[in-house]
Design a protein around this ligand. Structure first.
Ligand code: 13P
Length: 254
């Protein structure tokens, strides 16, 4: 079986001033300095990216952004491009988070444009997919995920996909304290892996990391990370506190 290095990513969402972000990053760097077999990444708000980049430079902690626009530059007030994110020190970018789909008109088509722009700019996209509670209740989980994957990854080549990360975030588990059960998580991750196999072949599908997100906490991290097709976590609320996030990075063991 392919060895995939787990990725534990912290999505800070719209939280933290520059000073707060730098403070959290400093604490996190010291708490995860012993970690070798896990990749750690944080996504502060745009405003704090460059300052956090300075703090985590020459540490194993990596930097990501929470969104990207698909054009490189131009008259697009309020938008931030992939080259700008790279210049601020990012290596990753989250794309298609359900909050962006819900509040900011993100669609599978805009996700696709953003994923292509991220790759073109040298960023690894963390592509988010997930069903709502209504979808799950109506037995539409797999058809919804299939559509999000199919449209979101449309036109991408096998070579480029080697650097992609997929994040499964059931909308009903985000910020609710309701974690999907290990059975539900593994079932969906296996489905996503088989989608990737069919689309991109066994080799690449075996390399792509599929993260779980939705109320991940120190107390449930070990159980979730032990699942065969779970290769890390995308953590919201519990990533805002460096000590709690560090416990998740240590799979609840420290
Ligand atoms: P919570 O961990 O707060 O449920 O958020 C998950 C999430 O949306 C990460 O992107």
């Amino acid at each position: 079986m392919t060895q995939r290095k787990p990725l534990i990513a912290g999505n800070w969402k719209m939280n933290k001033t520059c000073a707060e972000a730098m403070d959290t990053a400093r604490t996190l760097v010291s708490l995860v300095s012993d970690v070798k077999d896990v990749e750690v990444m944080i996504t502060p708000p745009f405003t704090a990216l460059a300052q956090v980049a300075d703090i985590i430079a020459s540490t194993p902690v990596e930097l990501g952004a929470q969104d990207v626009f698909w054009e490189d530059h131009g008259a697009y007030t309020g938008q931030v491009s992939a080259p700008m994110l790279v210049s601020a020190g990012c290596t990753y970018v989250i794309i298609g988070h359900s909050e962006r789909r819900q509040y900011f008109n993100e669609t599978d088509q805009t996700v696709n444009k953003k994923v292509k722009a991220a790759f073109a700019g040298g960023l690894a996209p963390v592509v988010c997919v997930g069903e709502t509670e209504a979808d799950r209740d109506a037995q539409k989980t797999f058809s919804v995920l299939d559509k999000q994957m199919d449209n979101g990854l449309e036109g991408l080549t096998v070579e480029i996909m080697a650097n992609a990360v997929i994040a499964y975030e059931p909308v009903w588990a985000i910020g609710t304290g309701k974690t999907a059960t290990p059975l539900q998580v593994q079932e969906v991750h296996a489905f996503l892996r088989s989608f990737l196999k069919q689309r991109f072949g066994d080799g690449i599908a075996g390399q792509i990391r599929i993260l779980y997100g939705g109320s991940v906490k120190p107390g449930n991290a070990a159980e979730l990370m032990a699942l065969a097709d779970v290769d890390g976590a995308l953590v919201g609320g519990a990533s805002l506190d460096a000590e709690i996030f560090s416990k998740i990075v240590h799979f609840g063991k420290a």
